[in-house]
Design a protein around this ligand. Structure first.
Ligand SMILES: NC(=O)c1ccc[n+]([C@@H]2O[C@H](COP(=O)([O-])OP(=O)(O)OC[C@H]3O[C@@H](n4cnc5c(N)ncnc54)[C@H](OP(=O)(O)O)[C@@H]3O)[C@@H](O)[C@H]2O)c1
Length: 357
């Protein structure tokens, strides 16, 4: 095994070397070459092909002050960037799709394809129990990180368990062109609701023309409150919130009786030094509103059902999904910065290595 590992060359890895105050800079990251790890008993060595990026990675970065701030940094200066919540408990939520190079676990062999991995590096030695075996003859590997990956599943969980859109309702989705929002809105359309997105710039057109939303507000072109009044003349029944902040408040103020606010994420706060204090609660009582957050890990049991239904919707042409493919792990810091700045359309996926399928 040691001989094989030595032949693989260097393990390109991204470390965090800064504690940003707001939007991270390229100087907060360092790309280094580390040795390829030796898999221990029960572990599998795999080479990453695709790595998924998401805004919450920002929240894992170190905070500039000693005590954890609102962004709750958990990574120390010098650590390798993590792909998501650690420790990883379920391979469904892992950050890479890769090819097995060597295995010391009975369920995996070289040449298998897996989902797994917890950090920004090329070669990973992970316990076999934290890997999901993939079949590229059934599903292209890129789709495993895209339309069948974590972000669309987040949208599914939020809509199935909390939002539950009904025919004729008005649904608003923020970050509507993004990895989660694009699916959340399409799920509401499939349920028969009228769907209004919020996105920035040219993405607003894409959300209507390509994703089939009924309308989309360009948050950079006009004030959000009057725009919601125009696009939602009968008020809002369900707001699927990906961003928090000003857009959340404007949507909250326009919720109808028995309206729901699904708290999926707060990307507008991830770079902010102070947390937002949220909307006043009195209307919650008067309008009998429901505000509920969720974390995708709690709903892992829904994953097989999600996968089956998503494949069917794709097959029927009822679900459009796009990814933003970035070339090379060394480009991942710039890609995360672009994602936090709203420059992405759909899921941002880094091509770490060659896809042999
Ligand atoms: N609850 C869970 O378990 C769970 C799991 C994973 C992710 N999430 C959350 O889901 C949300 C969406 O994630 P994603 O991966 O799909 O990201 P994404 O929507 O693909 O990208 C983030 C988008 O947020 C928008 N944005 C950025 N800064 C903003 C600001 N200051 N104000 C308003 N909008 C801003 C931008 O879209 P526009 O510029 O087009 O508006 C940007 O493209 C995030 O909040 C993420 O943390 C939740």
């Amino acid at each position: 095994m040691a001989m094989l590992v030595n032949q693989l060359g260097a393990n390109l890895t991204v470390r965090v070397v800064g504690a940003p105050h707001d939007l991270p800079a390229l100087s907060d990251f360092e790309v280094v070459e580390l040795p390829v790890p030796e898999p221990a008993e029960g572990e599998v060595l795999f080479r990453s092909i695709y790595m998924g990026l998401e805004p919450s990675m920002r929240r894992r970065m170190p905070t500039p002050v000693a005590s954890p701030g609102p962004s709750g940094g958990r990574v120390e200066i010098g650590d390798v960037m993590p792909v998501g919540q650690l420790p990883l408990s379920d391979p469904i939520f892992a950050g890479h799709v890769g090819e097995v190079i060597a295995s010391r676990h009975p369920d995996f062999a070289p040449g298998d394809f897996v989902k797994g991995g917890t950090s920004w590096r090329t070669y990973h030695a992970e316990p076999g129990r934290l890997l999901l075996k993939l079949d590229p003859r059934q599903t292209p590997l890129r789709q495993e990180m895209g339309v069948l990956g974590q972000s669309p599943f987040v949208a599914y969980c939020g809509m199935e368990t909390i939002g539950q859109p009904k025919p004729g309702e008005t649904v608003v989705v923020s970050a509507a062109a993004g990895a989660v929002g694009s699916v959340a809105g399409q799920l509401a359309r499939i349920a028969g609701a009228r769907v209004v997105g919020v996105a920035s710039g040219a993405k607003a057109r894409y959300v209507v023309d390509e994703l089939g939303f009924d309308a989309c507000i360009d948050r950079t072109a006009e004030a959000i409150g009057p725009a919601l009044d125009r696009e939602c003349p009968d008020g809002i029944d369900l707001y699927f919130d990906n961003v928090g902040g000003e857009i959340q408040r404007a949507a909250y103020d326009r919720l109808n009786n028995f309206g729901r606010l699904v708290v999926c994420g707060m990307v507008s706060e991830y770079n902010a030094p102070e947390p937002d204090h949220g909307p006043p609660l009195r209307p919650l009582l008067r309008k009998r509103l429901r505000i509920e957050g969720f974390v995708v890990w709690d709903h892992a049991a829904l994953y097989p059902e999600f996968r089956r239904r998503m494949k069917a919707w794709m097959g029927e042409g009822r679900m459009v999904y796009r990814d933003d493919l970035i070339d090379g792990l060394a480009s991942a810091p710039a890609a995360l910065i672009a994602l936090l700045g709203g420059k992405n359309v759909g899921k941002m996926v880094v091509q770490v290595g060659e896809d042999p399928t």
